[in-house]
Ligand binder design. Structure first.
Ligand SMILES: [Zn+2]
Length: 425
């Protein structure tokens, strides 16, 4: 009976959920460069203060990207319950990626068409953010004497690593076991799936070296691009097959990401490319430098030092077989894999709520790429954390991104039921 009340109350707020999502989409928080963070935080401040939350606006001063022109603003809001208890925290990133080409709707218009709200960030992740706010507000209205506390944060820069957002807050104790016990990140993993964590990341820049000379006499120089060609060839023959053969027990989706992967993100060698307006010919030179950036995604079964050593071994094999081969390798970025245990309390509460709303068991998944859970785990030392929210992951960052209204309503119901379970009502 009481559970039905939470669900019917959320259903009754369907229009409010849609208009909240539209309002968030209409603030174009593009990152880079990090636009309108203060505006969206002010909007959220008004909304959550009205709902009885204590709010704090926190600028990540000195974080990468923070400047007076593009300040990294975050909001943390807390609503204390009537009795002592645990704290459930909903964390959403407020930034969206560039628009790109191919849109048939206004990316910042928030149009509603056939039961979907359209716009950049609709799916990733303003729809999920709105669902968590409606879930919390409804829960507080229905169960004002709950135990513990509810926190809602809107954080900057997730799309560019989260250093001006969750990482900054975690370093200052906002995500810590003393303050927060359960974390739900409403990223678009679909309304009936619980995301336990993500694979690891290791990025490196590899440079091959040569010697510049006139292009008509390449024998007087040494071509760094040919050396890089040998590197890529060695990767094709030994490294890629080895990675493809390595499978994980992590329930990673999609299926293709259940193995180790490596992408060559970019390649640059020789003379810089000229701008589109340039009509002259390039000049003839033997390239003396060639660089690639590799993006290696690794599994919880793999050790990061072995991940690095494997790439270095590949380069060493090339060096042994090739005269004059010299290289540098420089690590750019690393994130360890993380995976919350299936018997963690927040997993159990959301799984039970999914069962109640959809009449079937939740699927457990792991994300191929990282998100802010990495900082909550590593800096915040909070292991009881999942991603759960509406929206179809494949639509993230695409043109005509949308979030389904029914999906938002149902996932808000799941979040509210999880609150009820975790906050001793
Ligand atoms: Zn996201």
């Amino acid at each position: 009976m009481s559970q039905d009340k939470l669900r019917t109350e959320i259903e009754a707020r369907r229009d409010e959920l849609v208009s909240l999502t539209q309002d968030l989409i209409r603030i174009p928080t593009l990152n880079p460069p990090g636009e309108y963070y203060r505006d969206i935080c002010d909007y959220l401040d008004r909304r959550l203060s009205n709902a009885g939350f204590q709010t704090e606006l926190i600028r990540a001063i000195g974080a990468p990207g923070d400047s007076d022109r593009y300040p990294r603003w975050n909001i943390v809001a807390r609503r204390q319950g009537a009795r002592d208890g645990q704290c459930v925290h909903f964390n959403s990133h407020i930034d969206v990626v560039e628009v790109g080409h191919g849109w048939t709707t206004d990316p910042f218009g928030g149009a509603v068409i056939d039961g979907k709200v359209y716009g950049r960030g609709a799916c990733d992740m303003k729809g999920g953010f709105a669902a968590s706010i409606i879930a919390a507000e409804t829960f507080i209205a229905v169960y004002p004497d709950f135990a513990g506390a509810i926190e809602i944060s809107g954080t900057a820069d997730e799309e560019s690593g989260g250093f001006g957002g969750v990482a900054y807050l975690a370093e200052r104790g906002y995500f810590s076991p003393e303050r927060v016990q359960h974390v739900i990140i409403p990223e678009p993993l679909n309304k009936d799936r619980i995301c336990l964590g993500h694979r690891g990341v290791w990025w490196a820049e590899i440079e091959t070296k040569g010697e510049i000379a006139h292009g008509s006499m390449p024998f007087l120089g040494d071509c760094a691009v040919r050396h890089m060609g040998a590197v890529i060839n060695e990767m094709e023959e030994t490294l890629f097959p080895a990675l493809a053969a390595r499978r994980t027990e992590m329930p990673v989706v999609p299926e293709g990401a259940k193995q180790s992967t490596l992408n060559i993100n970019s390649i640059h060698g020789g003379e810089a490319e000229q701008g589109d307006g340039y009509t002259g010919l390039p000049s003839p030179c033997v390239p003396d430098r060639c660089r690639i950036v590799v993006d290696r995604r690794f599994l919880i079964e793999e050790d990061i030092s072995e991940v690095e050593a494997e790439v270095r071994d590949t380069l060493e094999r090339v060096r042994k077989g090739r005269d004059g081969f010299e290289y540098d390798m420089r690590e750019l970025h690393r994130v360890l894999p993380t995976m919350t245990e299936r018997d963690a309390p927040v997993v159990g509460a959301v799984a039970q709520a999914v069962q109640e709303v959809f009449g079937r068991e939740a699927d457990y998944v792991v994300s191929p790429g990282t998100y802010d859970q990495k900082h909550i785990d590593r800096i915040g030392r909070l292991k009881n954390c999942i991603a759960y929210g509406p929206g179809i992951l494949d639509l993230a960052h695409k043109p005509d991104e949308y979030v389904g209204i029914d999906d938002m309503v149902q996932s808000a119901q799941v979040m509210a039921l999880a609150l009820k379970d975790l906050l001793e009502v």
